[in-house]
Every structure is written in C-alpha cells, then in structure tokens.
Design a binder for this molecule. Structure first.
Ligand code: SF4
Ligand code: SF4
Length: 334
C-alpha cells in the first residue's frame, strides 16, 4: 500500500486541534515487525494484521505531590490515576479518527485505538520516536519525561514516506532500559524500595516484584501487610493506589509542568481537556470513608475512573486503604 503523507498531515492537524500536539507516526515496515511479535490473540483483538501504520500520542499530567487534606487520614492516588487520563486520550484519538474519516477515504471503523491496553504500548512510543525506555522501565518522552500517558491509533494507511525501518533501527538503543539515561540515577535513588537497577547493573530496569505500584494493583495475591515483601510494607506510606516517586525524580519531566511560551503548562492544558467525569477521583481520598463504604458505594466511587477495572474490586480498595491507614498509626519507614 502506498504511503499517504497527505492524510498523515491531516491527522496531525486534527490531533493538534484537539489538544494533542505531541505525537509521532509509525510506518508500515516498523509496524509490521512490531505486529509480528505481538501475541496472536491480541493481534486478532485489535485487527492488527490489517493495519498499515500507527500514530502514538502523549497526554501529559502534573505529578506534583498533592496538598494534604486537613484533618483527615487520607490516601494518595498516583497522579497518573487521579484523573482518567487514559479515557480522555482514547476519546481524543477516536475523535481524530472520526475527523479523518469524514474525507471518505476510510471509515471510522478502519481505525483502532489502544490506550492502557494489553498491547506493548511503550514499544509503540519508542518506534514513533516519542520516547526511550528509562532505567525505571517507564517510557521517557522527550516532551514530558515519564509524566504522560501514551496511546496509539492504528491506521489503515502507511503514514510515512521515508524508510521507516532505518528510522526504527536508529532507535534500537531506546528500547534498552537506561541505555539513553547517561549517568543519571535519580529514579534509582528516589525509589523507596530499591526496585530500580542502577547504572551498570547486569539486569537493568525495574523489578516489578519489589515495586509498590505492582503490589497496590495486585488484587489477588495478598490480603495482609505481612504477606507483602517487608520493604514494600515498610515503605507503603499513605498510598491508596500508585506511586509517583520514579516519575517525579526524572529530570526529563519539567516539560510537563513548566509554562509553555508564557502560557499554561502542557499538563494544565491537558487537564483542561478532561471531561468532568474523567477528572475524578482526584489525588486524595478519605481512607476512613473508603473503609466504611459498602460494596455498592465503592463500585460507584471507582466507576468510570482509572481505578474502575473489574479486577480491582472492593476488597482490594479496602485492603489498600487499611494499608495506607497504618501510616497514620505506626511510625515505620514513611
Ligand atoms: S513506582 Fe515507586 S516503588 Fe515502583 S519503581 Fe517507581 S518509585 Fe519504585
Ligand atoms: S530519572 Fe534519570 S535514570 Fe531514571 S529514567 Fe529518568 S533519566 Fe533515566
């Protein structure tokens, strides 16, 4: 299939008009190699064999520590999940696909969206030239560092008229965790549980089994603090869900929250794109209210939010809330 740079330009303009100026493209050759490594069930689910290219976009957020809620014992929700950035990004990508389909060249159904999906999305961001994989194993975008959510719009046409394979090969170092981090070890030092390997380590990247976020989102394999790795239990603090320390430490993230050209920061502009239903549950929540809430109330609380997964049930919310409450009762390692 011939490349279609005109549609690429139209799509780029549609994305920018909808508030997503930071995006990149993957051509047919690179996408084909990516798809060949994706599990068949996921290839089928996203119809990837019919796709000829992809657009990857970044939606920034501000990972600043939330202000304390006076007088309450509150739990902190990681900045990436405090609002439903994923839903907003998926909505905007779908809208851009609808914009393009008005030309009649392709139907809206010829496009597919992947945001916070089981597909290897970080690899797509690297292939699109938007990011490299940091020591923290996070995708470090050139524009916002790790302080953004990433999503893909798969395209029925090849958007690139250059040798995409050569461009992708040039970025091979960007896939190796930490290979482009230079001497920086800020996230290594910031991680409260030592989950991130330092420069020169034989096994680079982040060890999930030590990561607080991993355990906070594991709804099944533990119920009591003593079932957690001791370092994770000791460092849990007031987190209800998520951990922002390795994001906050990264020097690349300044582009997300610094004012741009004397105007609002990219994160503030992105926050303005959120619908009211996407701008919740917010960064802090009263732990005692969560623990006392019945199953229906907890379902309503998490519904439509980034915590709204079916697998993250009421028992996991209450369990994490009890864990966070300990930080107000016990003086260990907080
Ligand atoms: S999310 Fe937190 S615990 Fe996990 S690697 Fe990052 S800093 Fe460490
Ligand atoms: S904090 Fe430093 S070492 Fe960690 S991902 Fe960012 S640039 Fe790389």
């Amino acid at each position: 299939m011939n490349p279609n740079p005109i549609l690429r330009q139209e799509l780029s303009a549609a994305l920018s008009a909808r508030g997503l100026p930071t995006h990149g493209f993957i051509g047919a050759a690179s996408l084909h190699r990516y798809v060949s490594r994706v599990e068949p069930r996921l290839r089928d689910a996203w119809g990837l064999d019919a796709m000829r290219g992809a657009l990857v976009a970044a939606l920034p957020y501000d990972p600043a520590k939330p202000a304390a809620m006076p007088g309450s014992q509150y739990g902190i929700i990681g900045a990436f999940a405090a609002a439903h950035h994923y839903a907003a990004l998926a909505r905007l990508l779908k809208a851009a696909a609808a914009d393009i389909s008005k030309s009649g060249a392709y139907a809206r159904s010829d496009f597919r969206v992947a945001v916070n999906s089981p597909l290897p999305e970080k690899s797509l961001a690297v292939l699109a030239g938007l990011a490299f994989i940091g020591r923290s194993s996070l995708a470090i975008s050139d524009a916002y560092g790790p302080a953004c959510v990433l999503g893909a719009l798969f395209l029925p046409f090849d958007p690139l008229d250059i040798d995409a394979k050569a461009a992708a090969d040039d970025r091979s170092a960007a896939f190796a965790p930490g290979a482009l981090c230079g001497a920086c070890r800020a996230c290594v030092d910031a991680c409260p549980v030592g989950a991130i390997a330092g420069p020169g380590a034989s096994e680079p990247g982040m060890a999930r089994a030590r990561c607080i976020q991993h355990w906070a989102s594991d709804a099944e394999s533990w119920r009591l603090p003593e079932e957690l790795p001791p370092a994770v239990a000791a460092a849990w603090g007031s987190r209800l869900y998520g951990c922002d320390e390795c994001v906050r430490a990264c020097p690349y993230l300044a582009g997300s929250f610094e004012p741009l050209h004397g105007k609002a920061s990219p994160a503030a502009s992105a926050a303005a794109l959120l619908l009211a239903k996407e701008a919740r549950p917010g960064p802090c929540v009263d732990l005692n209210l969560l623990i006392a809430a019945d199953e229906d109330a907890l379902k309503r609380w998490k519904a439509g939010s980034a915590l709204g997964f079916g697998w993250f049930g009421a028992h996991a919310i209450r369990r994490n809330a009890r864990m966070a409450l300990l930080s107000y009762l016990e003086p260990f390692g907080i």
